[in-house]
Design a binder for this molecule. Structure first.
Ligand SMILES: *Cc1c(COP(=O)(O)O)cnc(C)c1O
Length: 963
């Protein structure tokens, strides 16, 4: 017999697993030796409590190759029917500029970045987000904007929250929504109001003033397309000391007067049609703007301009003390992951087209609407309104026939209002499309000529936008929107910003709790396939068969992986998942006559979104202490559960704990809560230490969210998008979110929605689907095991130099560890912030700083990092330790050392003056490995206090660039 390999061996199907997992087999052996164990199995046995180990392997299938996976997924995707969408209602076809498609959406330099918590190495996306805010301010006519919310409907719910906080109508408890607001927005806002205990009144816009309200929401133009002057409606609301909120269509604002100029207090909407595909509902960025007076109440992130150490303009997230990670249950919102990548796309769309280009697009859309209207009216078709921007609503007896003809031609209209249908034209609409629309509505042989009508409209003008609402002010005058209109200039602008940002394509981003693992290219490819990208979320279900297949498969796998019975994919971030899960718990208690159960126990180590979400569900939060080993203090837990027993709603607990250990008592914790009639919400952010090894359902929890943008490979996008599905045991399944436009099977009719779209950010689900497919049951388990190996190896090596704050059984950690910098700080005066900034000089993004314990770094290498990269990180940490020791020994003073001056920019190091205690070369190249892959921060340390005191959240005027 020859010793040639068998065909089977040659066909080895495991090839993706070894691509996803960083360490080679030889590196794994080296790490295991360092850990003094003989196998991965032995390490796992030492680490994960036996009582929670799964007895059965996962059943998500065998791993499949990249080629097989994409070829199968293509066949699934091709079952989607991409009709021409005129549905509107907040989602429109758009032409994604190819320069943005390839260089932003499909570019790991943009999509693998993290939220800009380390602003010195994030100036690129911060500039782009500042462009997004500037664009928002110009178009809305308000003073202060945030850097993206999750979608238009949740932004409207946030507007209601803001209204309640700032309204002087303190006694009022009702929020008014005009009945011509998008259906899904009414749904999401109503869900939120129910949780807060507000009353919602839906009625004719003119009736707002007749109610005792703290705020009101209008749509501009309305969902059926009418352009109404809302000046008086707004004034009426304000006369009652209530807050006037307006949900606006971003494209229409190029032609229509800014709602802020009509008096609105809050203006919000979706930025989707600025070059972001519909994607069957998301992800898209929402914009949100309000008055300067309400800045402390603004939900979500704000990018602000500050100064760096050398006095240069430098951008960073402003006023972070408003939000969940600091203010916890007192936060304005629970928003953590938002929609940064999509906000950046929309901002770039505005940069690329500029004010003239955007106006031309908007005018063209409006002209087509005029032509369509004119032709229809000439043929005696009755339009519901006499004003419009892009949407015409036809009141019709023959609706069914028209819709049937439309479907036959591959065309969708909005049909969810009785006796009428609506047609929204978009950037993609052509003359031929208008002729086709005439054919559909009038039947062929109508004799209308688009060219002739166009000439007529041009000659006679149009009155479809009321004169009082014609926009007459300049927008987007800043040079950023007026400089990059050739593709060469645009390409370079995108690249220039990208180069300022450290992403996963440069080095490891070991952010504890954030699981910055590989986002494989094969996983990313399907999201821009037209079959996935170009579906409207409200298209008839039979056109979305491919999506349904993919979603159902993903659903079933997540059920298997979590050990739950059902999953909802609607929440579009982890925090929204928490909110959806807590609603399910609340409704469950109510269904059993236990409406009084409203206390939520939360360990002190919890992520800020937990208390913020519990507060949104109107729960009373009771904090449970941790003991000195970082575990939940069981005595305190028992005592508090006992104390609130009758009123116990649930506990929110993260597993493995945010302290990076598998708590041995987790089952007991679940039992205690259940004995008192409560439910267990297990925060699934740390699922990367569970998949295939244990599961929340198996452990005994009732509901969890997963962060598909952590464990399941959706890239972080520089601060979003994300997907936060919830898994639940069967008793909670009926209480998961539904949707008022598209019914979601498996949950009670009439349950409210938590996101604008029935399947949330559907367009990025193929990423997680592909990850699970390519890893298979075996690969997923290996990923978890290797995450544990990498974390323990890193812990073992770092523990020679730094104290490790918490450990579990056998001195092991789970998938992350906390390095305690406090003793060094005490001796040297060097802070965790100095260490984080100095890491930038070494080419690394800092690990998670001061969460969950102040003065520490939480490090999570994930399974995707090779030993080589982990060793480079360790080398950097050890070298930094050496630097701190020089401060302790007095060789360097606390004022003059490379840590306090970190990070070092080229300008700093190459400047004419140098009076440092260390040399220039050392500042930038402290260890030889850095020279091979130098990353230069583009600004020096940023002054947060200055920025918050002098809040500027739009692009600085050109003059400031000059001085
Ligand atoms: C990331 C995280 C969350 C919040 O998830 P988002 O998707 O950012 O909203 C909640 N809990 C923990 C422990 C996390 O790490």
């Amino acid at each position: 017999m020859s010793n040639a390999k068998s065909l089977e061996e040659l066909e080895q199907k495991q090839d993706f697993i070894r691509r996803h997992i960083g360490p080679s087999p030889a590196q794994v052996s080296d790490m295991l030796s360092a850990l003094e164990v003989s196998s991965v199995q032995e390490l796992i046995d030492q680490t994960v409590p036996a009582s929670i180990r799964l007895e059965q392997p996962l059943t998500v299938g065998q791993s499949r190759t990249e080629v097989e996976t994409l070829s199968y997924l293509k066949s699934v995707a091709s079952k989607n029917k991409v009709f021409k969408s005129y549905i509107g209602q907040g989602y429109h076809p758009t032409n994604v500029p190819h320069v943005i498609l390839r260089n932003v959406l499909e570019n790991p330099g943009w999509y693998t970045a993290y939220t800009p918590y380390q602003p010195e190495i994030a100036q690129g996306r911060l500039e782009s987000l500042l462009n997004f805010q500037t664009m928002t301010l110009d178009l809305t006519g308000l003073d202060l904007a945030s850097a993206s919310l999750l979608d238009e409907s949740t932004a409207a719910a946030e507007a209601m929250g803001l209204a309640k906080r700032v309204s002087k109508a303190k006694k009022a408890n009702a929020f008014f929504i005009a009945d011509d607001v998008h259906t899904q927005t009414i749904d999401v806002v109503t869900t939120r109001a129910e949780q807060f205990g507000f009353e919602v009144i839906v009625g004719k816009a003119e009736d707002a003033v007749n109610h005792d309200i703290f705020g009101a929401l209008f749509q501009y133009p309305t969902t059926s397309g009418e352009v109404v002057d809302i000046t008086d409606l707004i004034a009426g609301v304000q006369s009652k000391k209530a807050i006037a909120c307006v949900a606006a269509d971003i494209m229409s604002l190029l032609l229509l007067k800014a709602p802020g100029k009509l008096g609105a207090d809050v203006v919000l909407g979706s930025a989707q049609r600025f070059g972001v595909p519909m994607g069957y509902g998301g992800p898209h960025a929402a914009f949100f703007a309000t008055r300067d007076a309400y800045k402390r109440s603004l939900p979500g992130r704000i990018i602000g301009v500050s100064k760096d150490r050398l006095g240069n303009d430098a951008l960073r997230m402003a006023m972070q003390t408003r939000e969940q990670h600091i203010r916890r249950d007192k936060a304005n919102s629970n928003i953590c992951t938002a929609q940064v990548l999509l906000a950046n796309m929309a901002a770039f769309y505005a940069v690329y087209h500029g004010p003239q280009g955007l106006k031309t697009i908007a005018q063209r859309i409006h002209r087509f609407a005029d032509i369509l209207a004119s032709g229809l009216k000439a043929k005696g078709i009755a339009l519901k309104h006499s004003t419009w921007f892009d949407t015409l609503t036809v009141v019709s007896d023959s609706k069914d026939d028209v819709i049937a003809r439309a479907i036959a031609k591959g065309v969708n209209f909005a049909t969810n209002h009785e006796g009428e249908y609506s047609i929204s034209v978009s950037e993609t609409t052509t003359r031929a499309d208008i002729t086709e629309l005439f054919d559909i509505i009038l039947g062929e042989g109508h004799g209308l000529s688009v060219d002739a009508i166009a000439a007529d409209v041009e000659e006679n003008g149009s009155e479809s936008i009321p004169a009082s609402l014609v926009r007459d002010d300049e927008v987007l005058t800043h040079p950023n929107f007026n400089s990059y209109h050739s593709e060469t200039d645009m390409l370079r602008y995108i690249k220039r910003l990208e180069s300022k940002d450290l992403s996963l394509n440069h080095s490891m981003i070991s952010l504890g709790s954030c699981t910055m693992k590989l986002n494989a290219t094969a996983e990313m490819i399907p999201i821009t396939w037209p079959e996935f990208a170009n579906l409207h979320p409200f298209c008839p279900l039979d056109q979305a068969e491919g999506y349904q297949i993919m979603i159902n498969e993903l659903h079933d796998w997540l059920v298997n992986i979590t050990g739950y019975d059902a999953v909802s994919l609607q929440p579009n971030s982890g925090a929204q998942g928490e909110y959806a899960g807590l609603i399910a718990i609340r409704k469950y208690h109510e269904s059993r006559g236990d409406a009084h159960r409203n206390v939520c126990l939360i360990p002190s180590s919890a992520h800020g979104t937990n208390p913020a979400s519990a507060q949104m569900a109107s729960m009373k939060i009771v904090v449970v202490n941790c003991d000195k080993n970082g575990n939940v203090d069981m005595n305190d837990l028992k005592a508090k559960a006992e104390e609130v027993s009758e009123n116990l709603s649930c506990i929110m607990i993260t597993y493995p704990s945010t302290h990076g250990v598998y708590e041995e008592t987790i089952r007991e914790i679940c039992d205690i809560i259940h004995e008192h009639g409560g439910q267990v919400y297990m925060d699934g952010a740390n699922m990367n230490a569970q998949v295939g090894v244990t599961s929340p359902g198996f452990i005994g929890s009732d509901v969890s969210h997963l962060n598909l943008h952590k464990t399941f490979c959706i890239p972080h996008g520089g601060g979003g998008p994300g997907v936060g599905p919830i898994g639940v045991k069967s008793h909670l399944a009926p209480f998961m979110p539904n949707h008022s436009v598209i019914n979601v099977p498996g949950t009670n009719i009439g349950n409210g929605a938590v996101s604008a779209a029935p399947y949330g950010s559907a367009a990025i689900l193929p990423i997680s689907w592909a990850y699970i497919t390519m890893m298979g049951s075996e690969g997923l388990k290996q990923a978890t095991e290797m995450a544990i190996v990498n974390a323990n190896y890193l812990t073992h090596e770092l523990s020679k130099h730094f104290p490790i704050l918490y450990r579990g059984r056998n001195n092991r950690v789970a998938h992350e560890c906390i390095v305690d910098l406090r003793p060094l700080k005490e001796q040297s005066g060097i802070t965790e912030m100095d260490v984080a900034k100095r890491l930038q000089d070494y080419g690394f993004h800092s690990p998670t700083m001061s969460f969950p314990v102040a003065g520490t770094l939480m490090i999570e290498p994930t399974e995707s990092e090779s030993k080589g990269e982990i060793d480079r990180f360790i080398e950097a940490m050890v070298s930094i330790k050496g630097e701190i020791e020089k401060v302790i020994s007095g060789e360097w003073s606390i004022e003059n050392n490379p840590l306090v001056f970190a990070p070092h920019t080229q300008g700093d190091v190459l400047g004419n003056e140098w009076d440092r205690a260390y040399d220039r070369f050392y500042a930038a190249f402290p260890v030889p490995a850095v020279a091979k892959n130098k990353f230069w921060p583009t600004v020096t340390r940023i002054d947060d206090v200055y920025g918050d005191r002098n809040l500027v959240c739009s692009c600085p005027a050109v003059e400031t660039y000059r001085d």
